[in-house]
Design a binder for this molecule. Structure first.
Ligand SMILES: [Zn+2]
Length: 329
């Protein structure tokens, strides 16, 4: 029986089957395309030109498998009660952001310095102990260099090609050139660390763990922020090339005072990015660290933005969380 001889209802049935098959194929192609798209992240990276003070934006598409999010020092408590409160305020937004990151397949890494021992029995911490060891962290970190006298620092600038020969590929000097020496560190990191208007908190080691409301996922990892090689071992073993930094403080732990900080990791070839709406910086609440005067108009937000301008000028670019994951907007 040829097609024309078929009863009409069978012809309609065949046409419908063809249409359904086409629809299924189209859906399959669309799903494949969507999955392919979701395997990359588009990073909108902003820097500030140190010479013109103008914003410079470039976008970079990075395979998700190469992107890691690093959460710095979200302690349960700090000796400054205002700082403790400022960090705690970030937790709900941070949890939403990290949940979206895990859903998208981005590796989440917590870097709680001084309190990693609390997590010694967590599988997320134990997994780090079994990573293959990279030997690339044998040369000095920022803190190592700061502890040297000025002459020895200069010697590193001049002679230690391994350390400084353009390896800080994100840092720039005040004329905009890539920095070949010690990058200018951000402001306000030595304001005392008390964010209270009476500046009356007393220094003490009161931190024991991360903030208990900060969710740790099954596939996350936990490194010790002051262990020289752990984080680099993780990056090398998992193939990470791009690190998105969140937490506190932008002008200390995220940038220079931890072995896992942006300058130390940039020096080892990782591309570091600050996520500016999920980080805070030590500044002077009601006190202007520049003038060393009481100034109620100088808020933590003012301090945050001044630090961020410095970071974007001299250290590394920034992005915003809702640009990384547009679904969060
Ligand atoms: Zn305080």
């Amino acid at each position: 029986m040829n097609r024309a001889d078929m009863p009409e209802f069978i012809q309609i049935n065949t046409k419908m089957k063809n249409k359904i098959a086409l629809l299924i194929i189209t859906l399959f192609v669309l799903i494949c395309q969507a999955q392919e798209k979701s395997k990359t992240l588009t990073l909108r990276l902003e820097r500030i030109d140190p010479v013109t003070n103008k914003s410079q934006v470039e976008t970079e598409k990075v395979p998700i498998a190469k992107v890691g999010i690093i959460v710095m020092d979200m302690w349960d408590a700090h000796w400054c009660k205002s700082w403790t409160a400022r960090e705690a305020d970030m937790i709900p937004k941070m949890n939403r952001f990290l949940a979206e990151a895990r859903r998208k397949g981005v590796q989440v890494i917590f870097s709680p310095s001084s309190v990693a021992a609390f997590y010694k029995d967590y599988p997320q911490r134990k997994a780090v102990f079994y990573m293959p060891v990279s030997r690339e962290y044998e040369y000095p970190s920022v803190d190592d260099l700061l502890n040297l006298d000025e002459k020895k620092q200069l010697d590193y600038n001049l002679y230690s090609k391994r350390y400084f020969a353009g390896t800080i590929y994100e840092a720039r000097d005040s004329s905009g050139y890539l920095y070949k020496g010690f990058p200018p560190l951000p402001p306000f990191s030595s304001t005392g660390g008390c964010e209270c208007s009476d500046r009356n908190c007393t220094e003490a080691d009161v931190w024991h763990r991360q903030n208990k409301d900060l969710v740790i996922g099954a596939n996350d990892l936990i490194v010790e922020g002051n262990n020289k090689s752990e984080f680099l071992n993780v990056c090398r073993a998992t193939g990470l090339t791009h690190l998105l930094y969140i937490g506190g403080a932008g002008n200390m732990c995220l940038t220079s005072s931890r072995e896992t900080s942006t300058i130390n990791m940039s020096n080892r070839g990782l591309k570091c990015v600050y996520l500016e709406d999920l980080m805070i910086s030590i500044s002077g609440n009601g006190y202007n660290p520049d003038t060393k005067m009481v100034d109620p108009s100088f808020t933590p937000q003012t301090g945050d933005s001044l630090v961020l301008i410095h970071l974007k000028k001299y250290i590394a670019p920034s992005a915003k969380t809702y640009e990384v994951f547009p679904d969060l907007k």
